[in-house]
Structures are given as C-alpha cells and as structure tokens.
Design a protein. Structure first.
Length: 304
C-alpha cells in the first residue's frame, strides 16, 4: 500500500512537469471538438424558468399572427444573441406566424439580414419574403423610432429594405402601429433595448413583449420581468442554448407541418455547441489547476 501511495505521489509530481504545450493542445481540442462536431458532445442544459416562459409565450401564437422582432445588437455581441435570434425565427416560422424585423441599431440591419438568411438557407421552412416576413430598414433615433412605431409606423417607414413601398406589400395591410402586432420580441445588447420597448410602446399599448439580451443586461431587465411587463427573458449564451434545445425538441416533435420541409433534418443550434465547448474547457482548466497545485505541494514537501 505504501508503494502504491509513493507511485501515485511520484506520478502527480511528474504531472506538474508536463510540457505546457500539451495542456494548450488539450484545451484547444476541448473547444474545437464540440464546435466542429456538435453531435459528438451534447451536454444536457437545464432550462430556467425565464427561458421556459419565453418559449411558452411564443408557442401560444397562432397561424397568421404578427410578431415584430427588434434587432439591437452588433458584431461584438453576436455570439451571445444571434443564436437566440435564429431559434426565435425558427419557432415563429414553424407556426405560420408573420414576422416583421426592425433594426434599431445600425449593425442591427445586418444582424437581421444574417438571421433571416440563415433560416432561409437552411431550407427547413417554406417561407418567402413579403409573404412570411418583411424586413424594415434602419432609421436613426432609438427611443423616438420606438415611439413612432407605437403610434404611427408609416410616418417612420415608407419602404422595406429592398425599397419596396409598404403599401405595395400585402403583409403590411392593416399594420400601422404597435397595437397591430400580436407580440413584440426584442433582441438587445444595450440602449435602446427592452426597457425602452416597455416604456415607450408595449406597456402603454398592452402588447405582449419578450426579450433576449446579453448576460450583463439581465439585472437591469429582471424588474420588468418580475412585474410582468416583459414575459420571460433569454439571458445570454446560456439562455440561447436553453431556447435552442426547446425549439429543437419542438420541431422534431411536429408531424406533417405544412411550413416545414420534411426532407431537411433539424440540427442543434450554435449556442448549444458553444456552451458544451465552454463547459468542457472550464472543467479541464479547473482540473489542471488542482493537479498543478497538488504537484507543487508534493514537490515542496520532497524538497524539505
């Protein structure tokens, strides 16, 4: 038994002398493998109450309902928010909901385009522009634009992003103000964001609102969630991964959905694989820190 403990001790001491390049290699593989092969590693993610509320609220929507999706994030926060924007669009299109996108940030115009294009390119849904979705252009003004949408959308927007007059788009018939939408979903990384939608539009005109935001914004949004002014919230990368998993299970459970292409397989979203990569890398780093400290302690004891 003493010999066994001695061998273990020597092994731990030798482990502390491991070339750091091997450690870097293992950390790199722990990140790359889940990202490149998401089907190989799928760590279960517990769904939080706020994410479940968002899913339930959107799942109540009916075919033909109108949902305004607001894009208020850019390239720096794309890894956190973009996966949830794609998952939200997938959920809405699977229910035959009419989607209207509006960017309140300059970069939001491109983020909305990328999200829509990603869903279209997947060929999972049978959707067409101006039939299933309309993309509004960016207008500077922030809170002023939200107030304009709340009272008279046509005074702010006269054309879509393709310079097609709104009056020539069948989907825009009867859409003149925020109260003409059945739901508003806000994708936010700052100001204007979910707080401004509550204050200047949705709360006053009694339009349901949910939000997805960066993790750092959650503390500011929680009071609105607890008061019921925001119906659930997707919090950063974990919230995106939770919502992706719920949408993934929901889409796979559908049978003969007329809005979906049965020949295209539903695949897990990017946030799910990113959370797996992050979790594995963090666990591996903690393990190496613990082993390194044990090795250092044993080496000091031997030197004494």
């Amino acid at each position: 038994m003493t010999k066994l403990f001695t061998n273990i001790k020597n092994y731990l001491i030798d482990l502390g002398k491991l070339d750091r390049r091997y450690i870097f290699l293992l950390i790199g593989l722990s990140v790359l493998i889940p990202l490149m092969k998401p089907n190989w590693i799928n760590i279960p993610i517990k769904t939080t109450n706020n994410s479940q509320i968002v899913f339930n609220e959107l799942n109540k929507l009916n075919e033909g309902d109108r949902v305004l999706v607001s894009f208020e994030y850019g390239a720096s926060t794309k890894p956190e928010i973009h996966p949830m924007s794609v998952a939200v669009l997938q959920h809405l299109f699977s229910k035959g909901v009419k989607v209207y996108t509006v960017p309140l940030w300059p970069e939001g115009l491109m983020m909305a385009k990328y999200a829509i294009q990603e869903v279209v390119d997947s060929k999972l849904f049978n959707i067409k522009e101006h039939v299933d979705y309309v993309s509004l252009p960016y207008k500077a003004g922030g809170e002023i634009i939200i107030r304009g949408i709340a009272t008279d959308l046509r005074s702010i927007f006269t054309q879509d992003v393709n310079n097609i007059l709104l009056k020539e788009i069948p989907m825009m018939k009867g859409v003149n103000r925020v109260s003409d939408f059945d739901f508003v979903f806000d994708l936010s990384a700052g100001v204007p964001g979910n707080a401004e939608w509550v204050q200047f539009a949705c709360d006053e005109y009694k339009v349901p609102l949910s939000s997805g935001c960066t993790s750092i914004m959650v503390t500011d949004a929680i009071p609105y969630v607890e008061s019921g002014q925001i119906r659930g919230i997707l919090a950063g990368m974990p919230g995106a991964a939770e919502y992706e998993q719920m949408v993934f299970k929901y889409l796979n459970s559908l049978d003969k959905n007329k809005y979906m292409n049965p020949d295209i397989a539903v695949v897990p979203g990017k946030a799910t694989s990113r959370m797996s990569a992050q979790s594995i890398a963090h666990v591996l780093m903690v393990v190496f820190i613990i082993l390194g400290n044990i090795s250092y302690y044993l080496l000091r004891r031997r030197a004494e």
